[in-house]
Design a protein around this ligand. Structure first.
Ligand code: CP
Ligand code: NVA
Length: 298
């Protein structure tokens, strides 16, 4: 079993925990692990929309013999009068774990502080650790491990990027990050990554990141909740699109956590190309989270 109680970000895991979760995920995916979470319930709190996170967690709980309850923004009192700490204690009284997709990362920390069952971060403005678990599972499947694999992150230094920086450090994966200077990875995340393993090489020019990369990874430029910054961000990210020109001369695979804004951070041609592994990555959310749930709850 893994050491942590909650997964608020990737650095709640040790390197050994990470390997344990990925091994468990791989075994479940291969049909070689029939551990059950019989009659266990996952409360799923969503302040933002979701296709993959909601469906993969719910499906994982069903396949494991348990149950998941979807609690959308109009379903519960969170955010409209009831403090997070009260929601935490009420939900913890009914369920075996809480998964939450929230705006403010501090709210996820408060949920965990007041919950005596595991809290899993299903995305906050700062972090998306479950995505990183699926990303690392996907890279491991494609390359057989993390040695000699170089990933280029191209685009926004956002929640997905920040958790991936921590995951790359923990997995000892080489990472080059190309962002506009004003949208880089937070210093705090770089410091936390330095405590775990190698920190990413930071560059401004996407071409410098893609040169020599085995995988090119991007995500939307305008994340959920940033709609007011749209014009400003689109201008800042000019030249950062993952397209055939950027990838010319490279045989890198392409990852995207999805949803993709085709025509902005990535082109339709690249998403639909043979180098795209986005569907494997999306499916692996299910397996990675099943592995995590078993490790936290079984
Ligand atoms: N990648 C991801 O978390 O997708 P959803 O927003 O659809 O859950
Ligand atoms: N960075 C994106 C990821 C969506 C899964 C967002 O926060 O909207």
């Amino acid at each position: 079993m893994i050491e942590t109680t909650h997964l608020l970000d990737v650095d709640d895991l040790t390197a050994e925990d990470l390997e344990t979760v990925l091994d468990r995920a791989a075994a479940i995916k291969a049909g070689e692990d029939d551990t059950e979470l019989y009659r266990q319930t996952l409360a799923m709190v969503f302040e933002k929309p979701s296709t993959r996170t909601r469906t993969s967690f719910e499906t994982a709980m069903t396949r494991l013999g348990g149950h998941a309850i979807f609690l959308g923004p109009d379903d519960i009192h969170l955010g409209s009068g009831e403090p997070v700490k009260d929601t935490a204690r009420a939900l913890a009284g009914y369920s075996d774990a809480i998964m939450a997709r929230l705006f403010d990362h501090a709210d996820a920390e408060e949920l965990a502080a007041y919950s005596d069952v595991p809290v899993i971060n299903g995305l906050t403005d700062d972090a998306h650790p479950c995505q990183t678990l699926a990303d690392l599972l996907t890279i491991r499947e494609r390359f057989g491990g993390f040695d000699d694999v170089t990933v280029a992150w191209v685009g926004d230094g956002n929640n997905v990027a920040q958790s991936f920086v921590l995951g790359a450090a923990l997995a000892d994966l080489d990472l080059v990050v190309a962002t506009p200077p004003e949208y880089g990875i937070d210093d705090d995340v770089l410091e936390r990554a330095a405590d775990l393993g190698p920190t990413p090489t930071l560059v401004d020019d996407p071409a410098d990141a893609v040169d020599g990369a085995d995988v090119v990874y991007t995500d939307v430029w305008v994340s959920m909740g940033e709609e007011d910054e749209r014009e400003e961000k689109l201008a800042a990210f000019e030249g950062y699109q993952v397209n055939d020109d950027l990838l010319a001369g490279s045989d890198a695979l392409v990852m995207h956590c999805l949803p993709a804004h085709r025509g902005e951070e990535i082109t339709d041609e690249v998403v639909e190309s043979d180098r795209s592994i986005v569907w494997q990555q999306a499916e692996n959310r299910l397996h990675a989270q099943a592995g995590l749930l078993v490790e936290l709850l079984a």
